[in-house]
Structures are given as structure tokens and as C-alpha cells.
Design a protein around this ligand. Structure first.
Ligand SMILES: NC(=O)c1ccc[n+]([C@@H]2O[C@H](COP(=O)([O-])OP(=O)(O)OC[C@H]3O[C@@H](n4cnc5c(N)ncnc54)[C@H](O)[C@@H]3O)[C@@H](O)[C@H]2O)c1
Length: 254
């Protein structure tokens, strides 16, 4: 799909990889709607991208607020062609720790934030995309955010890894569901990236987390995520897959 003149919803766009993506898609000529928390810098980021960029404050785990936000984009821009679902996050808790078994409410919260909220976004974005006139058979492109934790979760990532693996299954199956409608669905699985999420981690921990990489052995840069988003949007044969953006990182079992 050509990016110029299209409407992109960028979820989590106030920070990190999604912010870089919103800026990159805008530079390529897309109209941007950023969805992010009310306490985020969404307003500032939208103003920085330029006039006409929409910021919709919401919590993506609030289903009704997400539907209202999607409707707002339809009212303002008349269509949605590109959906970039990036907002998410984890919790650090082992299956069993000194405090006892992993609290179920915490597990559910992480699955709600990363998996259930992503599905809500996908179904609503895809529904509005069905109204687009197809161009070369294509009506829309959706990109979700998984993680290398989906393949190799670290100790304490059981809830996060479960949710991010779910995104892989969701993505392939949604691509099949939506294929006849001309809508593609892909996911990106980043390794450690230099974003708001990882800013506060101690340097030695960050180094340990990139040590399993082949090359380059550094944190990913948000603009590298944005570049992959652009390639996926522009490449029709990419569909249903989860692309590892991880410098061939694999961890040896300890
Ligand atoms: N940074 C990494 O190393 C890394 C690695 C693998 C996967 N990821 C995934 O990438 C995605 C983006 O992370 P990032 O590193 O760019 O982080 P980030 O913290 O810089 O950005 C995430 C954005 O999502 C927003 N957000 C969080 N919860 C939200 C909610 N409930 N409703 C609306 N907005 C919400 C935040 O306000 C923030 O602006 C996440 O899904 C994360 O799990 C990150």
C-alpha cells in the first residue's frame, strides 16, 4: 500500500517505537491519529508532527473508549487504511516466587493490555477498513507488536510472554480471516529497544539483554522499528507473519 495520503492510527504513539513510526509515516505523507494515555505526551507529539495530526487520549483496555476513538478518526479523516498497534507492557513476576503463586489479577492485566486490547483494535480497525475502495485489491494494513519474549521469555516474564505469543497466533489467523477483504495483518517482535519502557533499566542489565545477539550487539533504535513498519505497509506479499527485529538474538539456556 502506498503511504502518501492514507490515514494511519498509531496506538502508543506518544513514545518509543510508535512515536518514531507516527513521525515516519507522517513524513511519508500519511495523516496520523495517535491513541495513547491521557497522561502521555500525545498532545505534544501530535503538535510536533504538524497541523491536522489527531491525538485521542484513552486507555486501550477500555473497549468502549477505543471504539469511540476509532469513530472519532472516521469522523475527522473519513477512513482508516493503516493500523499500528504498539502500546503494551509487562510485569516482572515468576510463576511461583517467595510471595507464593503468580497473582491471577496481574496475569490477567498483562494479557488484557497486550493481547485482548490488541484484538479489540484489530477487529475495529479492520471493520472500518472494509469500507475503503480497494487499490490493487488492498483495503488496509494492520501491524501488531509482539516481542522476542514470545519465543524466549525471560524468567519473570510469564504473563508478558503468554500475551505476546498470543499476538502471533492472532496475527496469522486474522490475516486469514481478513484476506478476502483485502486487509493484511502482520506483527513485529522486537528485542530490547531504546525507548521509554527501557530508559530506567540499569546499563549492565541492558548489556546482558543484548549479549545473545549476533550483530549488532546493541539496543534497537525506534527508527529501525519505524523503517520495518514502512516496509511492511509497502510490501503486499508480507502477510500473516511475525517478523523478529532482534539482530539474531537467541539466549542459551542457563
Ligand atoms: N522496548 C523494548 O525493548 C521492547 C521489546 C519488545 C517489545 N516491546 C513492545 O513494544 C511496545 C512499545 O513499547 P516501547 O518500548 O515503544 O514503549 P514506550 O513506553 O516508549 O511506549 C509505549 C506507549 O504506549 C502507551 N501505553 C501504555 N499503556 C497504554 C494503555 N493502557 N493505553 C494507551 N496507551 C498505553 C504509553 O503511554 C507509551 O506512550 C510494547 O507493546 C512493548 O511490549 C518493547
Amino acid at each position: 500500500m502506498e503511504i502518501d495520503g492514507r490515514v494511519a492510527v498509531v496506538v502508543g504513539g506518544a513514545s518509543g517505537m510508535a512515536r518514531a513510526t507516527a513521525q515516519d509515516l507522517a513524513a511519508a505523507g500519511a495523516k496520523i491519529a495517535i491513541f495513547d494515555l491521557p497522561i502521555s505526551e500525545g498532545e505534544k507529539v501530535a503538535a510536533g508532527i504538524g497541523k491536522g495530526t489527531l491525538f485521542v487520549p484513552l486507555d486501550i483496555t477500555d473497549d468502549a473508549a477505543v471504539e469511540a476513538a476509532i469513530d472519532r478518526v472516521m469522523d475527522e479523516f473519513g477512513a482508516i487504511h493503516i493500523g499500528i498497534n504498539v502500546a503494551g507492557g509487562g510485569a516482572a513476576r515468576r510463576t511461583v516466587s517467595r510471595d507464593g503463586p503468580h497473582p491471577m489479577d496481574e496475569f490477567r492485566r498483562v494479557v488484557e493490555l497486550n493481547l485482548v486490547a490488541t484484538f479489540n483494535l484489530v477487529r475495529l480497525q479492520a471493520d472500518r477498513m472494509t469500507r475503503n475502495e480497494p487499490v490493487d485489491g488492498e483495503r488496509g494494513v494492520i501491524i501488531n507488536t509482539s516481542s522476542v519474549a514470545a519465543f524466549e521469555g525471560q524468567i519473570g516474564q510469564v504473563a508478558y510472554a503468554s500475551a505476546k505469543s498470543g499476538i502471533i497466533g492472532l496475527t496469522f489467523t486474522a490475516a486469514r480471516d481478513l484476506g478476502s477483504l483485502g486487509i493484511r495483518v502482520n506483527a513485529i517482535a522486537p528485542s530490547l529497544f531504546d525507548t521509554g519502557l527501557t530508559k530506567l533499566a540499569p546499563p549492565e542489565m541492558k548489556q546482558a539483554l543484548v549479549d545473545g545477539a549476533a550483530f549488532p550487539r546493541r539496543m534497537g533504535r525506534p527508527e529501525e522499528f519505524a523503517r520495518l513498519v514502512r516496509a511492511i505497509v509497502e510490501t503486499p506479499m508480507l502477510n500473516g507473519g511475525t517478523i523478529r527485529l532482534d539482530a539474531a538474538q537467541r539466549f542459551a539456556p542457563k
